[in-house]
Ligand binder design. Structure first.
Ligand code: FES
Length: 109
């Protein structure tokens, strides 16, 4: 007998995009779960798990640029669109993120 696990997600409003300065990230907690949202200097938004899969570094404090993020602890570099590490074995959980007409950050989480 086999079973299929499914993950339920819902569209969550995190707040105004103005709360995230361009070129930076912020950590949010939704129902006890943590995620990080990043706002590129070009306005692109990305959402990932909040803690680095290597040793739990705070990803929102990482160095953001060109759709990539460098973890502040040991410099693993991640592609924020796919979550894949560009210089290591681990990868990030990524989430769909959009901006509402009223400037609210919305995440499928
Ligand atoms: S904790 Fe992120 S690279 Fe080590």
């Amino acid at each position: 007998m086999s079973s299929t696990a499914s993950v339920l997600t819902s569209l969550v409003t995190l707040g105004p995009v103005s709360a995230i300065p361009e070129g930076e990230g912020r950590t949010y907690v939704v129902d006890g779960r943590r995620l990080a949202v990043f706002r590129g200097r070009d306005g692109a938004l990305f959402a990932t798990q909040a803690d680095c899969p290597h040793k739990q570094g705070p990803l929102a404090d990482g160095l953001l640029g060109g759709g990539t993020l460098i973890c502040p602890l040991h410099s693993l570099k991640f592609d924020l669109s796919t979550g894949k590490a560009l210089n290591g074995e681990c990868s990030l959980q990524v989430y769909d993120v959009t901006l509402s007409d009223s400037g609210q950050v919305m995440v499928e989480f």
